[in-house]
Design a binder for this molecule. Structure first.
Ligand SMILES: [Zn+2]
Length: 489
């Protein structure tokens, strides 16, 4: 089994302890209070990394990985802090984003890699992210967004205790939603221009990429443009970065590369959008082809799938369910881990089988004090949790149904029918479901982008999206022999 398809157990996320001190800013040269020593920064990156990998997964592409390593190390060398232990990764997320963690960890999503149209755009964003590290920008995490965006917030505000169930994944995913002050973003844009120019790229392309981000954000319902949304207005940035790039090139005349074709060849075949092999919902069922199981999704419920967990919640926000991989080698070990991790008091505990798979059912309560390990009488804030632990295919899965204690009985039947609906999948149509991929084609004639896309049987409903992916308008001319992106299996 390929790890990238597994539901993963999240390692404990270690929050950054802050150490204040006074030191010189490596970029500005000014003295300033810094809240973290270099050792602390490096430790933070190293500690966050396993959670990021567990939550999002690493996108497995050796060519692309060696490309970002090569450019990343070249840029690290000319940066203000060449001695940090930089590391560069492509995470397996369709979201269009890039982010950096103090200490030198830089991440690109496969979504943003699919949207770049040349090496210079990539280098500009690389420079921007390295800039956050070298200028020691302190980031705030906007963890609430991850659930807010799909309407699961309702399910998550039942109480702080319910939130604890999702917190580990949320904290790691929160790194996707790092937000900096506007001044820091502006400073990083400038650093991005300098760094990408210094390693030989045309920084005007970085400005163009802000145009792509703006178009993604305007087109609702596809990749979530967080890179853009937590940043200053891309229109402003387009103008500012374009001006900075022109100034840089005027002051340092030379050859600045764009490298379009060579980049497009590198992303041939990259997965675009959600990968159904990591799970998808269809006809009120959640299917996980690579792990070969399914369970029902109650009609009208909202849901969110990530490599670490599948969550769903009723529209009224009064009940939610969480599906994840359990810790432990046996059902007993798994139940002990659940009780300990969530600070639960067990009311019932039974062995059973679910569609032939060994299982353990548990009903427990978590009161406000319960999470701290202190017993407390049930109150209006007490949460009741039904947990089904199911042994299947070499793993133990946990399905939790969560509601306020007073409301649990009303939801128990719904929770039970989801858990008892857990079973294997053998339907080839489900198991063989393949993701869409970027396919690079060559224009066979001088025509518009629309015409060459139609020449390659791209559906009408996808043309607007394809224009954005190509960083062009559908009416733009494509010369015979030039490359462009299409979508295919
Ligand atoms: Zn930024």
């Amino acid at each position: 089994m390929k790890m990238k398809y597994a539901f993963r157990i999240l390692p404990a996320f270690v929050a950054a302890g802050m150490l204040a001190g006074c030191s010189k800013n490596p970029v500005t040269g000014k003295k300033e209070i810094v809240f973290m020593s270099q050792e602390k920064e490096i430790a933070l990156g190293a500690e966050s990394h396993p959670s990021i990998v567990a939550t999002m997964g690493i996108y497995d592409d050796k060519n692309l990985q060696s490309f970002i390593n090569e450019k990343g190390m070249a840029m690290a060398k000319i940066s203000h802090r060449p001695d940090l232990p930089y590391k560069f990764f492509i995470v397996d997320s369709p979201v269009v984003n890039a982010f950096a963690v103090p200490g030198g960890y830089v991440y690109f999503t496969r979504g943003i890699m699919a949207h770049f149209n040349n090496e210079a755009e990539f280098a500009g964003v690389l420079g921007h992210e390295i800039g956050h590290i070298t200028a020691r920008h302190s980031a705030r995490q906007q963890t609430s967004q991850i659930f807010g965006q799909v309407g699961l917030a309702a399910g998550m505000i039942l109480s702080p205790q319910v939130r604890a169930l999702g917190d580990q994944a949320q904290q790691a995913l929160g790194l996707l939603f790092l937000s900096y002050s506007r001044d820091h973003e502006t400073e990083s844009d400038k650093i991005g221009v300098d760094y990408s120019s210094k390693i030989g790229y045309d920084a005007r392309e970085m400005a163009d990429f802000f145009g792509t981000l703006k178009r993604i954000s305007e087109k609702a319902g596809q990749a979530i443009p967080t890179f853009q949304s937590t940043h200053p207005d891309p229109g402003d940035r387009f103008t500012k970065v374009g001006k900075l790039a022109a100034e840089y090139q005027a002051a340092h005349p030379g050859k600045y590369n764009v490298n379009r074709d060579v980049y497009l060849r590198k992303i041939e075949g990259i997965i675009y959008g959600a990968d159904p092999q990591q799970g998808f919902v269809e006809n009120n069922n959640f299917y996980h082809p690579s792990l070969k199981f399914q369970f029902p999704v109650p009609s009208g419920w909202q849901y969110e799938n990530s490599p670490a967990q599948f969550q769903m919640a009723a529209k009224d926000g009064k009940s939610m369910m969480l599906f994840t991989l359990a810790q432990g080698k046996t059902l007993e070990e798994a139940s002990q881990a659940v009780v300990k991790n969530y600070g639960l008091k067990v009311l019932e505990n039974d062995k059973t089988t679910i569609n032939g798979n060994p299982a353990l059912v548990m009903v427990s309560q978590q009161s406000e004090q319960g999470a701290n390990g202190q017993a407390a009488a049930a109150t209006a804030n007490t949460i009741q949790v039904g947990t089904w632990l199911i042994q299947y295919g070499g793993n133990i899965y946990a399905i939790h149904g969560v509601a306020a204690a007073g409301n649990y009985a009303a939801n128990a039947g719904q929770f039970r029918s989801v858990a008892q609906g857990f079973k294997s999948v053998s339907d080839a149509n489900i198991l063989n479901r393949q993701p869409e991929r970027i396919r690079i084609k060559t224009a066979q004639r001088d025509a518009t982008l629309r015409e060459v896309l139609k020449d390659n049987n791209q559906p009408d409903g996808k043309l607007d999206e394809l224009a954005i992916i190509n960083g062009m308008a559908l009416t733009d001319k494509v010369a015979k022999g030039s490359l462009f992106k299409t979508l295919g299996k």
